[in-house]
Design a protein around this ligand. Sequence first.
Ligand SMILES: NC(=O)c1ccc[n+]([C@@H]2O[C@H](COP(=O)([O-])OP(=O)(O)OC[C@H]3O[C@@H](n4cnc5c(N)ncnc54)[C@H](OP(=O)(O)O)[C@@H]3O)[C@@H](O)[C@H]2O)c1
Length: 310
Amino acid sequence: MDTPLRILVTGANGQLGRSLQALAAPLAGRIHYAFTDRDSLDITSDAAIGRWLDAHPADCLVNAAAYTAVDRAADELDTALAINAQAPALLARHCARRGMRLLHVSTDYVFDGTLDRPYRADDPTRPLNTYGRSKRQGEEAVLQAAPDALVVRTSWVFSAWGDNFVRTMLRLGQQRDHLRVIDDQVGGPTWAGHLAQALHQLAQRLHTPGLHTPGGLYHFSGTPDVSWHGFAREIFTQAVARGMLARAPALAPIPASDWPSPEPRPANSRLDCDKLEALLGPLERDWRIGLGRVLDAWRDDAPPRTETLR
Ligand SMILES: NC(=O)c1ccc[n+]([C@@H]2O[C@H](COP(=O)([O-])OP(=O)(O)OC[C@H]3O[C@@H](n4cnc5c(N)ncnc54)[C@H](OP(=O)(O)O)[C@@H]3O)[C@@H](O)[C@H]2O)c1
């Protein structure tokens, strides 16, 4: 009989962590997921990681924990580096020692956004902001300590949990008739439920005898690419269609230069996901479907549905 796949997840209370929990619930008994949050495992503690991995032997570890406050990262540099750079290195070392594969998650913000096409995993990095630099250091440290680790970059993550662009737009749409939204930054909004599915499929592949899955950098983001303005327009279209808003606010497209933020963002955040799809086959990535799941969940006050997984 096949041994069931055992997957450990850090950062269980974040957008990705909660989406993995939603995906894992119906799989209980067939695939063993174990989740830990900051209280039960602080990933910056070498000793705590060792104790936790000893207590929960597994085939692979998904690191969904991160410091994600982009605009505070410069002021909280030590914390950002500890969580995004040093802790992933610790996780990678512990995984390598135990023969476990690490699935680490990174960001489009490792790129400067000057390319005129979607970024491929092997394109040169040049982060524009502190958060991006901390995540890039994490990528390098992970792959140095565990060359067979998989580092999956993603972009513009949203879900039914936590703070994200969808929640902010809905709140502002309820308060205002006019909104100004950036139109010269383009990327792939990513439903955390789709990202969770892709990571789950990767973990299953790692556990499948006879299949070689090279370590290294991969990209996973939602499709189609869109500006923040276009993303906002679709949010309001879907919210109005569900009766969650009486009418959409007027949306004025503005350049990022009209919306100064403490930390710069790349103009082009588009990620080329061909490398991951060559490995796993076509993946569900349409963010408009994910957006619908999130809005349905908020309207019905229920966790969003995920696809049925084997
Ligand atoms: N959000 C985005 O738009 C975006 C875009 C590109 C890439 N990413 C990447 O995608 C991944 C998932 O992001 P997300 O949006 O799910 O992040 P998130 O919602 O901010 O969740 C991160 C989780 O990490 C936990 N955490 C922070 N420090 C920790 C520590 N020392 N030990 C254990 N847990 C700790 C947080 O715990 P608390 O709840 O206690 O704070 C939080 O639950 C991250 O690697 C992120 O860099 C995100």
